[in-house]
Design a protein around this ligand. Structure first.
Ligand code: SF4
Length: 246
């Protein structure tokens, strides 16, 4: 992409964020602290939109130390504290007691249950009372995101549904890295170690050059089940019983 094309893409994304702040607040951005999320973090905070768009992360209790370290990097760079949402301790206790700490390897059902406890329930708390939410998802990231739109209706959250925005839907991986390098945006050092997609430590591995970018997530499962119940299937935002957030 030419420099002008990237500038146009950035301007379009800034306009989307301005619209969210003006018309769909209070809004929240669900950051997984990965590269895409750092682009949006930079645009939100440098655009001084944080009073209208809060930033949170799902602190599952199973993140890499490098990912947790991004909370400090964001504080140092932007003087902003990302809000961590954590799972309910009693739910974790019951899961571990009944199934074992790493039972998500044993079956898809137990993986989904772990994602429900550690991600989906905290996400529901983070979205409560908000008019809209934002993700850093891109259309090119996986087959389950092929129909991703910049703006969608999410009927599975909020009392009567809510607007969901994916401002980077049209961005390529190259666009993300061009933005990060041009603007000196801090990023998770795991990206330099072969991790294009970063989630919980036990469910994420590095990939080889040429592998699909989500091959490092839940690699023991089928590719079309690698989501978590919060995103898009067949062009519609649905709660997928089978699936948890990146
Ligand atoms: S990604 Fe793995 S450890 Fe994290 S919530 Fe899902 S199953 Fe549990």
């Amino acid at each position: 992409m030419s420099n002008q094309a990237l500038q146009d893409l950035i301007a379009k994304t800034q306009a989307t964020l301005d619209t969210i702040a003006a018309q769909y607040a209070p809004a929240v951005f669900a950051s997984s602290l990965a590269a895409e999320d750092m682009v949006l973090t930079d645009l939100i905070l440098r655009g001084k939109l944080q009073d209208k768009i809060g930033i949170f992360t799902l602190e599952t209790g199973r993140l890499h130390k490098e990912t947790l370290g991004m909370l400090d990097r964001i504080r140092e760079t932007y003087d902003y504290d990302v809000t961590p949402y954590r799972p309910q301790p009693e739910a974790i206790e019951a899961y571990v007691k009944n199934h074992g700490l790493n039972a998500f390897y044993d079956s898809v059902e137990l993986r989904k249950e772990c994602c429900r406890i550690r991600k989906m329930e905290p996400l529901n708390r983070a979205l409560a009372g908000k008019a809209s939410w934002i993700t850093g998802q891109r259309r090119a990231q996986s087959v389950t995101r092929a129909e991703l739109h910049v703006q969608e209706r999410d009927e599975s959250h909020g009392a009567h549904g809510m607007e969901k925005f994916n401002p980077l839907a049209d961005w390529s991986e190259q666009d993300v890295w061009d933005y990060i390098r041009a603007n000196d945006v801090p990023y998770n050092p795991l990206h330099d170690q072969g991790y294009p997609s970063i989630g919980c430590e036990p469910c994420t591995r590095a990939i080889q050059p040429g592998e699909d970018i989500r091959a490092g997530r839940w690699w023991w499962e089928n590719p079309d089940s690698k989501e978590c119940g919060l995103h898009v299937v067949d062009g519609k935002l649905v709660r997928i019983k089978a699936h948890a957030p990146a």
